[in-house]
Design a protein around this ligand. Structure first.
Ligand SMILES: Cc1ncc(COP(=O)(O)O)c(C=O)c1O
Length: 406
């Protein structure tokens, strides 16, 4: 059986005896076709029957319509399955454990919506990505879904009984954007077991965007589904917006069915470009991690830094600057950067820095921002693949500028 790095590079090819796939192209071409021709009416009918879970009376056509499936989607979803170390099953031509979407938010919203009904309860770890919390608060709650936050200190560690009410979905983000706050999987599993023994086991979903697909595998930690903004380290070049969901085949089937209806399936171009990026994701993430760990170690000793959170792997640093909890010094630091780019998003090959309190997490309740340490002196740094000495020189001079002006 092939190993992960090999599976990421060698795509699943359609095989016909004596015919080279894709006319012999070494790489799967971009299939810019919205619809697919049936050899017969029987084959067309069988393709729809397959998608709808009905009995087949004829051999189905490989594809029917690009919103429902296309060759580039099959390839990228196969890579997503490999990346999470899952065994590849098939529904028709499609991997049955992975889905690619047109954005990370499409993956999150579609997956949650597919698994709730009126009156459902969702519990979520805090802090959490700004767009996700807005979806919970501005959309789900008005529609009657009770969403409640889980806080690290509650219940106390000594009486760590699972919170109430029992959720239908436990939504986890660890480490969390933007503070690198970490939740213990042991603790979360204990709660899930307690909830299960009290009558209901929630579906566990984990947004693994922040650490990325190489250093943590939530499916091995007890999650049923792992979600990604594939816009980040999976794409890795700031040239694509896309999302992914991988996990339990029966849940994935329900989410695919909603994706087909909402129509946020990754397009051929999105899937093709993500597929190319996934071939190098492990190498890119190792190099970024190596830069990040050097910078974390050096920044941690810099007198301008009040505190720093780095989980020991990955490429995301949370940096709290000295000089009080207000934005003046943080903004001067950002405005002084010359090599690191000042932008939101993360996980790219260029380093990016942002001020979460006034950007990605600015729509949050200010009291909650403070409680979760998303303070005005917090900088989020996504470390890229530049020469680490250039990055270090840039960070040093920006820190100097930030404090020089007094
Ligand atoms: C942790 C996390 N989850 C989800 C998203 C949303 O992804 P997208 O912007 O691809 O929709 C982001 C975006 O920054 C994120 O950081």
């Amino acid at each position: 059986m092939k190993r992960k790095a090999t599976k990421l590079i060698h795509p699943v090819q359609p095989k016909e005896p004596g015919v080279l796939p894709h006319f012999g192209a070494a790489k799967t071409p971009l299939y810019a076709s919205s619809t697919y021709i049936f050899e017969s009416a029987e084959a067309g009918a069988a393709t729809f029957a397959l998608q709808q879970g009905r009995a087949l009376e004829h051999e189905p056509a490989p594809f029917n319509y690009a919103r429902l499936g296309h060759p580039n989607l099959v390839q990228v979803e196969g890579q997503l399955v490999a990346l999470e170390g899952r065994e590849r099953g098939q529904i028709g031509g499609m991997p049955d454990e992975a889905l690619a979407f047109e954005s990370g938010m499409a993956a999150i919203t579609t997956s949650v919506l597919a698994l709730i009904k009126p009156g459902s309860v969702l519990a979520y770890t805090t802090p959490i990505y700004g767009g996700t919390i807005q979806f919970f608060k501005d959309f789900l709650e008005p529609w009657g879904i009770h969403c409640y936050p889980l806080r690290q200190g509650q219940p106390t560690e000594s009486h760590d009984s699972a919170p109430n009410p029992i959720p239908d979905i436990l939504y986890v983000e660890t480490p969390a954007n933007p503070t690198n706050e970490q939740w213990s999987w042991d603790r979360l599993r204990t709660w899930v077991d307690q909830w299960a023994s009290n009558g209901k086991r929630p579906v566990v979903m984990a947004d693994n965007t922040y650490l990325g697909p190489c250093w943590q595998h939530p499916l091995e930690e007890g999650a049923d589904l792992v979600l990604y903004s594939a816009t980040k380290s999976m794409s890795g070049h700031s040239d694509l917006v896309c999302g992914a969901c991988v996990g339990d085949a029966s849940l994935v089937r329900r989410i695919r069915s909603l994706r087909n209806k909402l129509g946020n399936t990754a397009s051929p171009f999105t899937a093709w470009l993500l597929s190319r990026s996934l071939e190098t994701v492990q190498l890119r993430m190792q190099a970024a991690q190596s830069n990040a760990s050097i910078l974390a170690q050096r920044l941690g000793q810099h007198p301008g830094i009040q505190s720093l959170a780095y989980p020991g792997s990955g490429a995301m640093l949370s940096i709290w600057l000295n000089g009080g909890e207000e934005h003046r010094i943080a903004w001067r630091f950002l405005n002084s950067l010359q090599c690191v780019q000042q932008a939101v998003s993360l996980g790219s090959n260029e380093s990016l820095a942002c001020h979460p309190a006034s950007t990605t997490h600015s729509a949050m309740d200010p009291k909650e921002r403070k409680e979760f340490r998303i303070t005005d002196n917090l900088i989020r740094l996504s470390v890229g693949l530049e020469d680490v000495e250039d990055l270090w020189e840039d960070l040093q001079q920006a820190l100097e500028q930030a404090f020089a002006a007094g």
